[in-house]
Every structure is written in C-alpha cells, then in structure tokens.
Design a protein around this ligand. Structure first.
Ligand SMILES: [Mn+2]
Length: 319
C-alpha cells in the first residue's frame, strides 16, 4: 500500500515547505527536485497569496508533480487567480472583476501575488496555465483529497461535467465562473469543493474574521458527522467567539452536507486551524494549520492507505 504525505496550505512560505519536506525525509534529486524513496506527497492547494516566496513555492511543487513524486489539487486561491487572469467573454473586464464594485476588494486579495508575479508577465502566464492543470479533487486507494469540502453531490456534478481533471480549457473556465449565466450548478459545485459550505449567523450579530472583514455567514464544520447543534457546526475563530452569542439550537441541515462517519478518509486544507493538530472528524483530517502566519507550522499528515487515523501521524515544521 502506498504511503501519502498530505501537505497543507503553503501560501507562499517556501522556507517552511523546504523545512517540512526535509523533516518528512524528502531529498533533492540531481535536478534539485524533492522526492521520497517510497512516499508520495499530496498538496491540498493554496500555494499562493500572503507569503513572500510564492514563485519559489511554485518552483518546488510543480517539478515534484511533473516528475511523479507528488500530486496536487487546486485551492480557492488558484481558482481566484485563474478568474482574475481570464478576460470575460462578454465584456471588457475579467471573470473575476478588476473594475466595478468588487474591483478594490479583488485587487487587495491579489496584491501580494501580483507584486511578486506581475500581471501578464511570462511568469504569470506560466503559473496560471499550471493552475488550470490541477485537479479539483483526488480519489486515491482508499482516501480522498480536496481543498475545502468533500460534498458528494458537488463532486458528482464536477465529474459529470468532465471537470474532475481541472479547468483545462477556456470553456471549462467560463463554465466554472458561469460566464454565460447557464451553468450555475457547476459554479456552485466548484465553490462548494474549493471554499466549503457556510451557514448564516447574521441574525445573531455576525462576527469579524481573521482579516477583520465583517461576516454574516460562518463556515460550516462539514466534517462533524451526525452533528446538529448550531454552536458546534459554525466554525467561528476561537478569539471571535466572545463577540457572537449563538443560541443553543439544532439546525435542520441537508444531511448531504455532513461527511458520513462510514465514508473513506478525507484530507483537506482551507480552515486555518491553530494549536496542536487534532483529528477533527471521524473520517476527516484537516492539514491547514495557518502556515501563512508567523510562528505557525506548515502541517502534513502521513497516511498509509488502509490504516486507522491517528493524531501521532501529523508532522509539522514551524521554522
Ligand atoms: Mn483556501
């Protein structure tokens, strides 16, 4: 059985990536490409944005994938970067607008990336083209990998549309962004797997997220199989919980939103965990421990296909 090292959101932290690969026993080959004698690295996406070494991260990861020592899925940051780089087929702006009411917010989100990899440069075109080759999810041996959320109905929509292998054509990118207003189900499915489901909490006052943006929707802890309580299901950052008094009520959720306790193990990133790594669901492992923040680790989970999940399989590097 293959052993996989599933590696969390890197967000431009090339130093932490090298340190973690080293810790996991990956060594540069004659071409300088990191490789493990037996194991396969699996990246859960979000290679870019925030950190100062985004091009370096790309230069480490892409050759690993192309030489067969690693696999990778797309994150929401790669999806957003594709949209920001792709002209809208019906207008002068881009799929992810540069102008209009969303322009300033989008520019702010892409600022760090575009400072390091200037818009329209050969490097920008190259990295965006690579992003389009990233699959949106993976099924390997007995495990599943996705950036944010394994939601089977959404996965099925993407498979049926032929998008499992990535947004490899302009038509696929247009469809993913619902550019012609004809494919909302496809856009919703992409949003679900790359950004995850949310639940409204605005009636209880909302909250300010880690970037101090006011939010009326909280991320849903879809990994909590069988959970019904709003307080448990709303993923409010620990230091924000005092601001938001959620009532002690049960939610009538669509049951397909929660990951079944009998399903195959699923590995994902996206959720900015902090503190000691924990198994957060019966069959779910989050490997995002906020590497973009100083003093926080880049995290991996070493999984041998067929084994039970165990906390001792986390491997971290803080640097
Ligand atoms: Mn993410």
């Amino acid at each position: 059985m293959t052993t996989y090292d599933i590696i969390g959101d890197i967000h431009g932290e090339a130093g932490k990536l090298r340190g973690l690969l080293n810790t996991l026993g990956y060594k540069p080959d004659v071409d300088g490409v990191f490789r493990h004698e037996t194991n396969t690295a699996v990246f859960v996406g979000d290679f870019i944005d925030r950190g100062s070494q985004q091009w370096e991260v790309y230069q480490i990861v892409r050759p690993m994938v192309e030489k067969g020592g690693a696999l990778a899925v797309a994150g929401n940051h790669e999806f957003n970067a594709i949209g920001y780089a792709t002209p809208h087929p019906e207008g002068t702006d881009y799929l992810r607008p540069h102008d209009g009411p969303w322009g300033p917010k989008n520019l702010k989100q892409h600022k760090d990336f575009l400072q390091q990899i200037p818009f329209g440069s050969p490097e920008h075109r190259e990295i965006i083209a690579w992003f389009t080759t990233l699959p949106l999810f993976l099924e390997l041996d007995d495990l599943r990998v996705v950036h944010a959320c394994w939601h089977q109905p959404s996965i099925d929509v993407l498979k049926a549309a032929g998008l499992a292998e990535g947004l490899t054509t302009l038509e696929a990118i247009y469809a993913a962004y619902d550019a012609f207003g004809t494919t909302p189900a496809l856009n919703a499915a992409i949003e679900m797997v790359l950004k995850g489901p949310e639940i409204p909490v605005g009636n209880y006052g909302g909250f300010y997220d880690k970037d101090e943006n006011y939010r009326t929707d909280a991320r849903l802890r879809w990994w909590l199989s069988g959970e019904t309580r709003l307080r448990e299901l709303a993923d409010i950052p620990l230091n924000k919980q005092g601001e938001l008094q959620l009532p002690d009520i049960d939610l009538a959720l669509d049951p397909s939103l929660l990951y079944p306790a009998t399903a195959q193990p699923v590995f994902f990133g996206h959720y900015w965990r902090t503190g000691e790594p924990v198994l957060i669901g019966a069959r779910a492992v989050c490997v995002d421990y906020s590497a973009a923040r100083e003093g926080h680790p880049l995290m991996a989970y070493r999984y041998r296909a067929g084994d039970d999940l165990a906390q001792s399989n986390f491997v971290s590097f803080v640097g």
